[in-house]
Design a binder for this molecule. Sequence first.
Ligand code: SF4
Length: 77
Amino acid sequence: MGDRWQVQVDRSLCIGSAQCVHRAPDAFHLDTGRQSHPTEPETDAGERILAAAENCPVEAITVTVLGSGEAVFPPEE
Ligand code: SF4
């Protein structure tokens, strides 16, 4: 892929299910309040990050292409 991504977690939505941490343990971690944070908000594109975003039960994870802001997940309608 070669893209760089910006990863954000909407903590008003996150319910602390930890699915993202299980799918991409390098990319997400939970704080003491069980809220998810991207380990590196600006990161190389990766399948596991995308899988984590796709599998978040409340769609709290947003991924865009760094620079252009193009939507990766959720995809643009
Ligand atoms: S999968 Fe979604 S709801 Fe669960 S901890 Fe990660 S961001 Fe929060």
